[in-house]
Every structure is written in structure tokens, then in C-alpha cells.
Write a protein of this length. Structure first.
Length: 218
């Protein structure tokens, strides 16, 4: 059976929380505001850079133009994409195992595509993803299903053959909107915001990357 596994990036393949938090806090302190905690900012990640900055500004009670703050954040983040960011333990081995078993893999992230590709290339992971959709592409960002449906169409995979692997409520909603299976990474920093009452019981839950391979074949 043809299998397509579509991966989220932040909180699923890579732990980027510190670099995102440092970039956001550099933006805040540049405006004279107090820095936020790394965990607080981590909970704001998942809906794209603009939404992250909007949430950070609101939490800091800072009234500045969003476009200006976003530009500052992106400039800061561009300088520290991989300062502390690393793949989660076991991710390279997982991707190699899935590839060896003939599983097709794609990337679906709300992060800008160029930054996402640079991170993948820095850790030798880009070779596993023939197709990648970023948050600055022609499709609406997750949880809209259009980007995921594009990947499914390009890989000739229907909903029964496709699984989305992510860590957040955004990923959960994306999978449901597209009618595909969802595997949620409880190790990711986005899982803290998945409300228990939103889980229906048909989700696949993993606590470490090596468990994802087993989930693919369930």
C-alpha cells in the first residue's frame, strides 16, 4: 500500500523553541519591553510567524505596528536559525527507516519555506522531503487543508494512505480538515496546548520519534 507521511517541522522534527524565543525577545527588548519566558513563547508557535509575533506583542502588552515588529523578528531569527535548534533525538534515523521502507515523505509547515529548507539542509534532512509546503506559499496556512491536499495529490495518495505527523492543535485540526490520520508528538512543545477534550480517541500519540515508524503502519 502506498504510504504518505506529511511532517510538521517545529516541535515535530526539530526543537527550535530557544531560537524562536530568543528572536522574539530580542524584538521585544528592542522596543523597551520585558522579555517573555521561553516556554511562554513556545506555546505561541504553530500558526506562522505573523501570528507568533502578534501573540508575543499581546502578551507583552506592546502596542506597535505588527508589520514592523514582524520584520524585526524575522531579521533576528534569520541570524540564529540553527544557534540552538537541533533535530529531536532519533529523527534522522526515523526518516532513514521510513525511506528504506518506501514511505513517501513531505513537509508541511507554517514557517517560511526558505528558512525551513535552510534548517533541513543544515542537518542533512532535506534529502528526505521531495515536496515541501511553507507558510508563505500559495496555499492558506494550517489548519487550512489546501497545502496538505496539494501534497496528497502530487504524491497520488488518498486520505486513507496519508498521515500527518505534528505536535499541536493546529496540526490536529489540519488533519481533520483534510480527512487524514493524525499522529501527535507529545514530546513537541506545541502539544501543551492540545486540550484533552479535543481528542476523540482515534489519534495516534507518540512520546519519542522512534515510535512514529510503528504508527505509520497501524
Amino acid at each position: 500500500m502506498n504510504r504518505l507521511v506529511v511532517f510538521d517541522l517545529d516541535g515535530t522534527l526539530i526543537d527550535s523553541k530557544r531560537d524562536l524565543a530568543d528572536s522574539a525577545n530580542e524584538m521585544l527588548t528592542g522596543y523597551g519591553a520585558a522579555a517573555l519566558t521561553e516556554d511562554a513563547i513556545g506555546h505561541m508557535v504553530g500558526a506562522g510567524a505573523a501570528q507568533l509575533v502578534a501573540r508575543v506583542l499581546q502578551a507583552a502588552q506592546l502596542n506597535v505596528p505588527l508589520d514592523e515588529a514582524l520584520a524585526r523578528f524575522l531579521e533576528n531569527y534569520d541570524r540564529r536559525l540553527t544557534n540552538h535548534t537541533r533535530p529531536y533525538h532519533g529523527i534522522p534515523e526515523l526518516l532513514a527507516e521510513l525511506e528504506s521502507e518506501g514511505v513517501k515523505m513531505s513537509l508541511l509547515t507554517n514557517k517560511p519555506l526558505e528558512a525551513s529548507t535552510r534548517i533541513l539542509e543544515a542537518f542533512g534532512l532535506s534529502k528526505f522531503f521531495r515536496l515541501r509546503v511553507g507558510g508563505d506559499g500559495p496555499w492558506p496556512r494550517k489548519p487550512a487543508p489546501e497545502g496538505l491536499r496539494f501534497l496528497m495529490k502530487e504524491e497520488s495518495a488518498d486520505s486513507s494512505q496519508t498521515m500527518l505527523v505534528g505536535d499541536s492543535g493546529v496540526d490536529l485540526s489540519t488533519a481533520r480538515n483534510a480527512g487524514v490520520r493524525i499522529c501527535l508528538a507529545r514530546y513537541g512543545f506545541g502539544f501543551a496546548d492540545v486540550a484533552p477534550e479535543t481528542l476523540r480517541g482515534d489519534e495516534l500519540l507518540v512520546d519519542e520519534p522512534r515510535q512514529i515508524a510503528g504508527a505509520v503502519w497501524q
